[in-house]
Design a protein around this ligand. Structure first.
Ligand SMILES: NC(=O)c1ccc[n+]([C@@H]2O[C@H](COP(=O)([O-])OP(=O)(O)OC[C@H]3O[C@@H](n4cnc5c(N)ncnc54)[C@H](OP(=O)(O)O)[C@@H]3O)[C@@H](O)[C@H]2O)c1
Length: 258
């Protein structure tokens, strides 16, 4: 039949053989689990993060091909990282720091401006510098959230950025085609970032989510990694946002918040 996709979705468990996956923010949480799964599916992986010791340990765990320690919000370093890659790469996942929550009264505008820069300009820069070094039908993958889809005190900035990213990703997918661009929108994911944000409330939050989420369990980084690898291998997917929150955004009570 003519006009069908050249590469159909596959369930082959070595479907990333001969592929290179770059994970920016790959030493912890969602990035590290995605690197681990991509490697298990046959990919070569390149990891970046800021802390070189943690990065080396992550690279050892997943047998990474190479690492680069730099702050991805420094756009000159980001450009140099992609320019210095010895060969074209197939997929790029971008994770990074946590969101900036603040009530309007307490908002530090300098920190808010940095957060806007870090999330929006870093996404644009990865798309420009990364897509130039990628080969189709690879995907750029960014991570946003579902928590900021609600309105609430302290959420004004994060809700604006949450709404902006799907729109940006859709336009980028048109602009850098045939490289694909997709967004993962996560709810609570049980990672070191969540542990740091919640402190001694972490166990109570996990218990609350187990009791209230439609899936009856907490979403972990391996769940997000599985979605990320699917987005890499299913070459029909571009310009879209994929929610992964165990049904958290469907809850109307407090459990629906972060
Ligand atoms: N966990 C959740 O519930 C959740 C929900 C929705 C969205 N997200 C988003 O998903 C992303 C990953 O979250 P996670 O929970 O996996 O966090 P995590 O466990 O803290 O991992 C973050 C990774 O990104 C690296 N990183 C942070 N800032 C960076 C920077 N400026 N430049 C380069 N690398 C940087 C960290 O290493 P270094 O610190 O050494 O740089 C680490 O490898 C974040 O953007 C977060 O906002 C998370």
């Amino acid at each position: 039949m003519s006009g069908t996709s050249p590469a159909s979705p596959t369930t082959n468990d070595q479907d990333l053989v001969d592929r290179t996956v770059v994970v920016i923010g790959g030493s912890s949480g969602i990035g590290l689990e995605t690197a681990r799964l991509a490697r298990a599916r046959g990919a070569d992986v390149v990891l970046t993060a800021r802390d070189p010791d943690r990065l080396r340990e992550a690279a050892r765990q997943v047998d990474a091909r190479s690492v680069a320690a730099f702050d991805a919000t420094d756009l000159a370093l980001l450009e140099r990282f992609f320019a210095d890659l010895p060969e074209p790469v197939d997929h790029v996942l971008v994770t990074g720091g946590g969101p900036y929550y603040s009530s309007l009264a307490d908002m530090d505008f300098a920190a808010a401006r940095r957060d806007i820069d870090d999330r929006l300009l870093t996404t644009l820069a990865v798309a420009r510098y990364g897509a130039a070094r990628m080969r189709p039908p690879g995907t750029l993958l960014f991570i946003g959230g579902t928590g900021g889809r609600r309105a609430g005190v302290g959420l004004s900035l994060i809700s604006a950025l949450t709404a902006a990213l799907p729109a940006m990703v859709a336009s980028l997918a048109v602009e850098v085609a045939p490289i694909r661009v997709n967004l993962i929108a996560a709810g609570f994911v049980d990672t070191p970032l969540s542990a740091a944000l919640l402190g001694d409330q972490l166990d109570a939050r996990r218990a609350e989510l187990r009791a209230t989420l439609p899936i009856g369990r907490v979403v972990g980084p391996a769940d997000v990694a599985s979605l990320a690898v699917h987005l890499m291998t299913n070459t029909a997917l571009t310009g879209a946002t994929y929610d992964i929150d165990g049904g958290q955004q469907l809850l109307t009570n407090r459990a629906g918040s972060r």
